[in-house]
Design a protein around this ligand. Structure first.
Ligand code: G4P
Length: 524
């Protein structure tokens, strides 16, 4: 196969959902279709089910599991599929945001009864920001839920994206009969069985045979629903989907393996192959001969005695090969890798080559930071890895004066790994850690102790948001920093950050300093 063909056949995507909507179940069924696993139940949810905050071992165990299932690659027909897993727990949302920078499209899973939930809304925001093409799978049709038209309105309104059903459910709950696939004009009949692939009849919606399959009443209802759909929604426009403006919607039941193959078949056909990626210097086309890629995730090892990590590199262009020299742009140094890893379903394998769209795991002991670029030699920096303003803040203090160095190193490395964000208050020099959730503080404390032998203590700090500030009006910027000196901090890249104590104070600052832009993510 040529480089072009290899890249074209790749589909790299993430499945996102609010916990419990069915992300793990759907992932598993996709793997089953790909022949990558053979029994259901093989994919373990990486949800942290227990909420007991002292459950350290559980967190650690989960981290171990999620290395193996971080990326699931498999062949499906002529396609090479890479599913990137995202943490289920919302306290690790930042991890998910970063994973979204490495995918070319996304499948969103929504529970028919619960509709759009908080986490779905948030993740969708990130997709919209990046114009990522999104497909929606409405799950659990074997249970009672909202009216399908109502769900479509809700999706459109809450996710702020136009929607277009490509399949339509025939009743639901115990009376659920199946779906009519509007993309292929086929009737897919449902049988509540967890493993069996459903039967599918190619049938025009107007066909008199329809009622033979689902009865007269349901056939009439389906015909009128489909008519209504074609009146309300314009015909499916793939270009709109690829531009991230239109989300096709499918219905089904992941648990019963229903509607999944239809989703997958349509997905491989219309979802984008690797797309051009913007670097600071220029746009990088995936089909370029020379290799480039960036680190979007770093995974620390389970074994506390060996502080080795795996750096996950998204190949952005060309081909990556084992034992070939590549430039680590930040170090301005050539490096080669003798044991890169490919992720095939649940196994890690030694990798000889990978193509744009693939994810390569590089064993690492401290050479990589999130956002690092590797190339065949060119000076490139990939953009698109913003940090978002954290939602919780605490001062971190050293609890063991003999281990100050260890603490500093540990904090530095954990921040490089992207576990949380560090801000240094310019007024008192104290370090503030910002996270998305309480659990992250616990993970940091635990890992500092077990991996670095350092002890930390958390102290409360009353903060509402950290905003990155910039202005073309340098005099006003200086004036602001002088007046707000108690609330000024630097992030780990040395950028100016304003620590707002409350929404009110933030609004006041925005009003009083009109020439300053306050950003809630680090990339602007
Ligand atoms: P998540 O990764 O998005 O958090 O969700 P997950 O797949 O773990 O699914 C959450 C729960 O919803 C699971 O039940 C799962 O079996 C169930 N589920 C998934 N798809 C369907 C569906 O199509 N229909 C129905 N009725 N249920 C579905 P659980 O009881 O939490 O876990 P388990 O003990 O069954 O594994």
């Amino acid at each position: 196969m040529t480089l072009q063909q290899e890249i074209q056949r790749r589909r790299t995507f993430a499945i996102i959902s609010h916990p419990d909507a069915g992300k793990t179940t759907l992932t598993e069924k996709l793997l089953l279709f790909g022949g990558a696993i053979h029994v259901a139940g093989a994919v373990k949810s990486n949800k942290i089910k227990k909420t007991a905050t002292s459950d350290w071992m559980e967190i650690e165990r989960q981290r171990g599991i999620s290395v193996a299932t971080s990326v699931m690659g498999f062949d499906y027909g002529n396609y090479k599929i890479n599913i990137l897993d995202t943490p289920g727990h919302q306290d690790f949302a930042e991890d998910t945001y970063r994973t979204l920078t490495a995918v070319d499209s996304v499948i969103v899973v929504v529970d028919i009864a619960k509709g759009v939930e908080a986490q779905t809304r948030k993740l969708m925001e990130v997709c919209r920001m990046r114009h990522t093409p999104v497909m929606i799978f409405v799950n659990k049709l074997d249970r009672e839920g909202k009216d399908p038209f109502e769900i479509l309105d809700e999706l459109e309104e809450e996710l702020k994206v136009a929607v277009r059903p490509l399949s339509w459910p025939i009743d639901m709950g115990e009376r659920f009969k199946g779906v009519y696939n509007l993309y292929r004009n086929s009737l897919d009949l449902y049988q509540p069985s967890k493993q069996k692939v459903t039967e599918s009849v190619h049938l025009d919606i107007q066909s008199p045979d329809l009622k033979k399959h689902i009865g007269e009443k349901l056939a009439e209802k389906l015909q009128s629903d489909v008519e209504l759909i074609s009146e309300v929604y314009p015909a499916f426009d793939c270009a709109e989907y690829l531009a991230g403006r239109l989300a096709p919607v499918f219905f089904g039941s992941a648990l019963n393996n229903f509607g999944i193959k239809e989703l997958l078949d349509c997905f491989v056909e219309i979802a984008p192959s690797p797309r051009a990626i913007q670097a600071e210097e220029r746009e990088v086309n995936p089909y370029e001969e020379s290799f480039s890629g960036f680190v979007f995730k770093i995974h620390a090892n389970m074994d506390p005695n060996h502080r080795s990590c795996i750096a996950f590199v998204k190949v952005c262009s060309g081909r990556f090969e084992r034992n070939v020299n590549y430039k680590h742009v930040r170090f301005n140094r050539m490096m080669k890798f003798s044991s890169p890893t490919a992720f095939m379903a649940q196994k890690k394998e030694l990798l000889d080559e990978a193509y744009a769209g693939d994810i390569v795991g590089l064993p690492d002991n401290g050479n990589f930071k999130i956002g690092d670029t590797l190339t065949s030699g060119e000076e490139l920096h990939f953009k698109g890895l913003p940090s978002f303003s954290p939602e919780m803040f605490k001062y971190i203090e050293n609890a063991d004066p003999m281990k100050a160095k260890q603490l500093q190193r540990g904090v530095e490395q954990l921040m490089d790994e992207g576990v949380a964000q560090l801000f240094v208050n310019q007024f008192n020099g104290r370090k503030i850690i910002g996270t998305v959730g309480q659990l992250q503080f616990e993970v940091i404390q635990y890992r500092l102790l077990h991996e670095y032998g350092a002890q930390c203590r958390w102290e409360p700090v009353n903060l509402y948001k950290a905003c990155w500030i910039e202005s073309d009006d340098l005099a006003q910027l200086e004036d602001f920093k002088r007046r707000k000196y108690q609330y000024m901090a630097k992030d780990k890249e040395g950028r100016d950050v304003f620590l707002a104590e409350s929404n009110y104070l933030l609004m006041m600052a925005q009003q009083d300093f009109k020439n300053i832009r306050f950003h809630f993510s680090s990339e602007f």
